[in-house]
Design a protein around this ligand. Sequence first.
Ligand code: UDX
Ligand code: ADP
Length: 463
Amino acid sequence: MKIKNICCIGAGYVGGPTMAVIAHKCPDIKVTIVDINEQRIADWNNEDVSKLPIYEPGLADIVLSARGKNLFFSTDIEKAINEAEMIFISVNTPTKTYGVGKGMAADLKYIELCARQIAEVAKDDKIVVEKSTLPVRTAQAIKNILENTGNGVNFQILSNPEFLAEGTAIDDLLHPDRVLIGGDTDEAGQKAIGALVDVYANWISRDKILTTNVWSSELSKLTANAFLAQRVSSINAMSELCEKTGADVNEVAKAIGMDSRIGSKFLKSSVGFGGSCFQKDILNLVYIAKSYGLNEVADYWEQVIIMNDHQKRRFGANIVKTLYNTVSGKKIAFLGWAFKKDTNDTRESASIYVADDLLYEQANIAVYDPKVKEKAIYRDLNYLSTRTEEENKKGVTVHIDPYEACKDAHAIAVLTEWDEFKTYDWQKIYDNMKKPAFVFDGRNILDEGALRDIGFIFQGIGK
Ligand code: UDX
Ligand code: ADP
């Protein structure tokens, strides 16, 4: 079975880049990405690729190479479903904010809506691919909806979780460590798996394409994110101990990372992990474990989140303590708002929570981020509902010039590890700040010695 037409529902951080790369690498396949959000689709179609809705290094070139040839962005969801032999579901699955499982379970309402729409529209057999990260056994729910609502056509459900990380999405998609495809073990399931393997085999060697049963695939994605987040929480836990004992967390990370059993990646101590995946997926894992009565398993993973929350909170608390126990009326400049460098995504960014804590202490916050727009910053703060929108507007200013953001500040907090922060004229920044001038480097990226020589009072994480 050869795939000629692919539809992807959801033009977000996962669907957009993933489909752009498939279209770029498979010129014989027509790829249509659809979304209910008209503005988002218009942005993807913008002539000026600097206005794409997502910032990712390399993404604009890939989109330009295929858009209008075999890559299309559209709001006509029904047409795209009908034309496609293979439909990827790549919609968001946020943590539930209501009802049973509130604050823990994944909200599957968008997934269910997609499944119902596919079932209503489809006139011939389809392969439906779960791309969104989902609780284990979601494929069964999708199958039930498709089979009971559909027009009598056959559906095969595959799980094909995405392992790309934002900021390096294009490279991760072009050169993945592995691709994982889960499907039914019967003949029809294997045929569907084979069709998707053939798509990826256009640019990925077959020995890197793993095929499993559908439940293993679904659970592997949650497990991978849980293990990665656990590494960050583990090194962050050690960072606090380093600060008390005189050890340096960077030296500790290097020393343990050279042990090939541990490995050196994902051991950077920080102000806490953010992003749309780690917290959501672990909470979901905890919820699933609890629902099977596995309380020890649930408690074990929940600790990763507890540690992360603590790391964010103690960063803000340390700023207050160091600034003589009050930041009321003081200007604190935030360098970075995104949850990591090279992305404009701010979901669950540590900066939001640190800002919230400092606003509670009546600080004035001045934010500069090279890629995050002002409206996203206010949206993030307003979403917390800690205070009114007017109060957030009053407490936070957003700048397009980092030197302006830092001018007359009592302290600078580095929240995101953007490379450009390292090359600023720190003498100029120092000269324009209130004295004593403090720097709290939540990412350990600045040259501590050089900043101390200039006169800054410098505090990194875990030192
Ligand atoms: C993650 C997974 O890496 C990816 O495989 C999955 O598909 C989606 O979730 P993402 O959230 O985009 O990707 O970025 P990632 O690089 O994993 O970083 C997550 C957070 O952890 C960021 O806030 C980052 O700054 C932080 N982090 C990461 C650290 O604090 N220290 C590290 O050593 C690594
Ligand atoms: P992710 O990081 O998982 O890609 P995003 O929030 O960036 O998440 O993207 C998900 C996209 O899915 C959004 O653009 C949203 O509008 C879209 N979406 C959600 N539900 C539907 C639906 N039923 N049909 C089409 N698009 C949808």
